[in-house]
Write a protein that binds this ligand. Structure first.
Ligand code: SF4
Length: 84
């Protein structure tokens, strides 16, 4: 925790194992989208990093259930959510 009352969650996508199925973007479109390379990435509003192999972002508590649903639904377990 960093002083905020509300927790923040770091979301990481392994773009090497992502198969571009789009499930995360359909479950949680406020956070996930498919890029031009047909790999998942974090939408611009929450994005902190994006390259060919990894995507990262940070979301607030209000989106934690959404990102955790995507994490548990990803067929290749490419999504990791960690409380910061
Ligand atoms: S659900 Fe998983 S495999 Fe499918 S697009 Fe999202 S990160 Fe990639």
């Amino acid at each position: 925790m960093n002083g905020d009352l509300m927790a923040k969650y770091k979301v990481t996508i392994d773009k090497v194992t992502c198969i571009g199925c789009g499930l995360c973007a359909s479950i949680c479109p406020d956070v996930f989208e498919l890029g031009e390379d047909v790999k998942a990435r974090i939408v611009e509003a929450h994005r902190t990093f994006n390259d060919d192999v990894k995507a990262e972002g940070v979301v607030k508590e209000a989106l934690s259930n959404c990102v955790k649903d995507a994490e548990s639904s990803c067929p290749t377990t490419s999504i990791t959510v960690k409380e910061e």
